[in-house]
Design a protein around this ligand. Sequence first.
Ligand SMILES: Cc1cc2nc3c(=O)[nH]c(=O)nc-3n(C[C@H](O)[C@H](O)[C@H](O)COP(=O)(O)O)c2cc1C
Length: 318
Amino acid sequence: MIIRSLKFIKSFIEYFACCLYDMLKGFYFSNMVFKRSKDKRVLGSNIMINLHRIEKGLTLRNVKPLFGKWFFGKLFQDLKSFEEINGSDYPQNISISALSEYKKFHLEKNISEEKYPLNLIEKEDTRALSGTKKVEEYNSSINSENHFFSLARSRSSIRNFSAKANLEDVKKAVALAIKTPSVCNRQPWKVHYYQNKHEIESLLKYQNGNLGFRDNIPGLIIITGNLKEMEFSYERHQIFTEGGLFSMTLIYALHSLGIGTCCLNWCSKPLNDWKAHKAAGIPQDQEIIMYLAVGMYEKDIKTTISPKKPLTDVLHVN
Ligand SMILES: Cc1cc2nc3c(=O)[nH]c(=O)nc-3n(C[C@H](O)[C@H](O)[C@H](O)COP(=O)(O)O)c2cc1C
């Protein structure tokens, strides 16, 4: 009994120490407390987030006029700070031309140029490529590269669906995703698939990134990982590593079958997480990795350009 109690206390302290380490690292390095508003990487990331919101808004079925007004102040402030530090040398992935497309959309709809925030946008902003393009342009990038490269290059997040995916195809894709590697071959993942429109809409209320296309998601997958399959405190991130790898395989498998997807983040506060588990009928011992919007799509819908970082920024060969 005493040995069991000591082991319990030891495990508790170990887990606590690991969580404290995560907490201190996240607290110090994230942009939550220490704003580091003069750091090029932080500014670039903040700009990217808001420009992506513009790209994304422009791809929706019903584009809301003057959407995103609330973050334009911060976006222009960040752009100004970035230029002060870096001049007009924008990294490849900072997609300022989304602003021009935003402006064009409003001018075509005769929404006054004087109205904030349109008056802040330069007429033809071509500092870097971004905005939207037709999804078929992605699909046409399938060329002489090897099959996987073509497949990966032709995928783009879909937020404008036309119909439900065939259930047999979804099963096929999940069956393939099970081939994903996992630590000690534990395969802790589960896939919960919802097809009922009302259920999907009610589950999406717990997720913070589907505004504007919530009523246009014909299928919802919730990918989870079972915490019961994790043993030690130092394995605490493993569920997310495995879950992420599994999710990506699933996304590519679905894409290869012509099914569109949009990952939906699970950046959830604890109470919301608990409520979502209850609403979705998912046991609390399963950690939600992400939601995934799933469905068929027309070939002429718009999707984001979502420019990517250059190889030199990502690959450090030692
Ligand atoms: C884990 C994860 C969470 C995401 N969450 C959201 C989300 O909540 N809402 C959304 O519209 N897009 C979401 N996305 C999609 C990203 O915005 C998208 O992948 C990114 O802009 C790159 O575009 P691409 O997928 O077309 O290459 C998410 C992507 C990932 C990987």
